[in-house]
Design a binder for this molecule. Structure first.
Ligand SMILES: [Zn+2]
Length: 474
């Protein structure tokens, strides 16, 4: 049995090799295409830290041990016990990480990982080939970093080149068989996302779940999704030269929304717009509707910690693009108002199986009078446009809008938006109807909209510029 226990203090003297897998993390406006990303695969905050793991070199064979320096370069320890071993078992005992030959159980290396001293394991590539390693039944590019945690478990981080990372994100975040230009727009958004979230996840950059971006290694990678990454390599979405926060969502149901109407900060390129493309494709969330009784709404509010008596009125307000902005619930005495993303989530109830999937929905009283167009002198207001039809020049009749609640009219002083959406109108009664479309937060790029644009012949840069106002790609 060969055991080598190296102390951190003597390591700098012993370092003999340096392997560059990337450059320093992004710190300015122009990160290189070789930026190295640290992706959390198993970690405590989602309960997936591990007490044992194994790695198998799939392409070449053997591994180096070492660590990643502050510039994210792999620094090899002078340990050659695993250079001919193709499959490793990694376990933890106290703060010591123990690596053994998976075939023979022979211990190959031990490292005291206290004092936040992770062990990096780098697969050795075959001649002219890129490393691919099995970890926990998934194939990954790049290296692995094991950290001993104070709870007796290990954190596992995948350390790899940004484009290799993106090849594991694009097919997870978008259907791999969607048009190439949509996949390229997705690659752009994912690339911007990760470089604007370096070091944002404790001791790694991003996790591998929907919390950041879903990352599945090579599991779903295809020729098309790899091409989407390669054909956009080194490109970023920029506003005034700075790399943008390119948020994206599945489907907005008819309009994107300004970031300041959903979250705290309004960014100049995240501006809401009516989306002519999103609604042209089937998404599975094209229309959804739930009826809530006043008692159910009361229950939901109370169960979420907002005390209120039986709800008597619900007053929604809508944004310029017709998305929900705020909802005020009142029992005639107490009231609670929820705005922006809270307006989206407050009625989302697993308890009742009733959901508000996106920022795009409307609330009306089930007992309100039938909606329709009033021709009047202004004494009455139009509180819904769902029953408004227009007669075209050929006598054809079409609905003015089925989603959105926005009508524009030509007035003596130009085009004006008519607030016909019932914004600010108190809805009263014993039950309330929520009608909506879309799935997601509505900010930035719609993935289904990108698909529809690509199918209509648009290129990835046209898609990006449609969803992010005033940006350039470069
Ligand atoms: Zn995350």
């Amino acid at each position: 049995m060969r055991i080598k226990r190296l102390l951190r203090t003597v390591l700098p003297v012993l370092m003999s090799f340096m392997f560059l897998v990337g450059s320093a993390p992004y710190a300015g406006a122009a990160p290189p295409a070789t930026t190295t990303i640290r992706v959390g695969l198993r970690y405590t905050s989602n309960g997936s830290d591990v007490s044992s793991a194994w790695l198998t070199n799939f392409v070449g064979h053997g591994f180096y041990f070492g660590y990643f320096d502050s510039s994210r370069n792999f620094v090899q320890y002078p340990v050659d016990t695993a250079v001919n071993i193709s499959s490793l078992n990694i376990t933890i005992s106290g703060s010591t990480i123990i690596v053994s030959n998976r075939a023979t159980s022979e211990t190959l290396y031990e490292l005291d990982c206290s004092f936040n001293n992770p062990l990096a394991i780098m697969p050795i590539p075959g001649p002219g080939e890129k490393c691919v390693t099995w970890f926990d039944s998934v194939k990954y590019y790049g290296a692995f970093e094991f950290t001993a945690l104070s709870n007796g478990y290990m954190q596992v981080v995948n350390v790899l080149n940004i484009d290799d990372y993106l090849k594991g994100v694009v097919p997870e975040e978008m259907m791999p068989y969607w048009p190439l230009e949509a996949l390229k727009a997705q690659a752009m958004c994912a690339r911007n996302y990760v470089v604007t979230h370096l070091n944002s996840h404790g001791s790694f950059d991003v996790c591998n779940t929907i919390c950041c971006q879903v990352y599945g290694g090579l599991t779903k990678a295809s020729t098309a999704t790899d091409a989407a990454v390669e054909q956009t390599s080194g490109l970023f979405v920029r506003y005034n030269g700075e790399i943008c926060q390119t948020y994206y969502h599945a489907t907005n149901g008819g309009a994107t929304e300004s970031s300041g109407n959903v979250w705290m900060t309004q960014l100049p390129y995240l501006v809401g717009r009516i989306d002519e493309y999103d609604t042209t494709v089937y998404t599975g969330f094209d229309n959804w509707s739930y009826t809530y009784t006043a008692d159910e709404i009361t229950d939901i509010l109370n169960s979420k910690g907002y005390y209120i008596g039986t709800v008597k009125s619900v007053t929604p307000t809508y944004t310029e693009t017709g998305n929900i902005f705020s909802i005020t619930f009142s029992d005639g005495n107490l009231s609670h108002t929820f705005s922006k993303s809270e307006a989206r989530s407050i009625l989302y109830s697993t308890m009742y199986g009733k959901y508000t999937y996106s920022q795009r929905f409307r609330i009306t009283s089930a007992s309100s009078s039938p909606t329709g167009l009033y021709i009047n002198n202004g004494a009455n207001s139009l509180n819904d446009i769902n029953s408004v039809y227009a007669i075209g020049g050929k006598g054809d009749i079409s609905k003015v809008a089925s989603k959105g609640g926005i009508v524009s009219v030509l007035t003596g002083s130009g085009l004006r938006t008519v607030n016909a959406s019932g914004s600010g109108v108190a809805q009263t009664g014993s039950s309330f109807i929520v009608t909506g479309s879309g799935w997601g937060h509505n900010v930035g790029m719609s993935q289904y909209g990108a698909k529809a644009m690509a199918e209509a012949g648009k290129t990835f840069d046209e898609i990006i510029k449609y969803y992010f106002s005033g940006v350039i790609i470069g």
